[in-house]
Write a protein that binds this ligand. Structure first.
Ligand SMILES: [Zn+2]
Ligand SMILES: [Zn+2]
Length: 265
């Protein structure tokens, strides 16, 4: 299985399995599984809308898209950590226009601290990509380090065997905004392009043998890498969250994550 065959369902099943298996991260994975369930419902709502496809202009699409925002709010209110649940309640009670503004701001300038907009717009952006659209009302830089579809930051990197003859595996990045994957140089920092091997460090623990920290000593940023050549059924977005212990190590060593994940790690 490769990241390409990932669906909301395969992510959800993986999160539920890891939540059952891992005591230290049970709580965050249980919450993430609920969140994935709500993202799946948003996806189904958008896809089942008759005679409608996302235009790529979120400002234009909001009249349809905002109808299902409450799915995410209700999920977080019921299952999220207390501060997020409070934020969900505030948003439910917020005057008209508040949510629209928040979503448009994220769409134009994605930020990993905009939890609700990021969680909610992932299925929208994903469906936009799959339905052949393009983001229209946002401007982004075109560089190998950013998502070629939407300009989003990499959430996680992964290695997979692309050809039967390739032994080492090729590296790809997963977009934090739309979950598109794109290939990236195997030995290079995904934040500043550093390519000197002496400046690039790796760290992993025996507990998560297939997940490692990929850190750069030039810009002090890191991303987690999931090695699908070691564990083929891993799901990069989910296994990255399960290996939360590695983030603690990275922070203790002064590294900054390129993009925080949806559980804020
Ligand atoms: Zn993207
Ligand atoms: Zn760097």
């Amino acid at each position: 299985m490769t990241a390409k065959s990932e669906s909301w369902d395969t992510r959800l099943q993986r999160a539920e399995k890891l939540a059952r298996d891992s005591e230290p991260t049970k709580e965050i994975l249980t919450f993430y599984a609920k969140l994935l369930q709500s993202q799946k419902e948003v996806d189904e709502f958008l896809r089942s809308r008759r005679g409608w496809l996302p235009s790529g202009s979120l400002a234009e699409d909001l009249s349809v898209v905002r109808e299902c925002f409450s799915i995410v709010l209700r999920t977080v209110e019921a299952n999220g950590p207390a501060p997020l649940a409070d934020d969900a309640r505030s948003l439910m009670a917020a005057p008209g226009g508040t949510v629209d503004e928040m979503l448009l701001e994220y769409w134009r300038t994605p930020s990993d601290t905009q939890f609700f907009a990021k969680a909610f717009l992932q299925p929208y952006a994903r469906w936009l990509a799959e339905s052949g659209g393009h983001p229209l009302d946002r401007v982004f830089e075109t560089t190998e380090r950013l998502c070629p579809f939407c300009g989003g930051m990499p959430q996680v990197s992964f290695l997979q065997i692309r050809e039967a003859t390739s032994e080492s595996g090729s590296r790809s990045l997963v977009c934090a905004t739309c979950t598109t994957t794109w290939s990236f140089r195997r030995v290079a920092c995904a934040y500043c392009d550093e390519e000197r091997p002496t400046k690039l460090g790796y760290f992993h623990t025996p507990e998560y043998d297939h997940v490692r920290i990929e850190a750069c000593d030039t810009c002090k940023h890191y991303v987690k890498g999931v090695d699908l050549t070691r564990l083929g059924f891993a799901i990069p977005l989910v296994d990255e969250i399960a290996a939360a212990a590695l983030d603690v190590w990275a922070h203790e060593h002064g590294y900054i994550k390129i993009e925080l994940n949806l559980v804020g790690l």
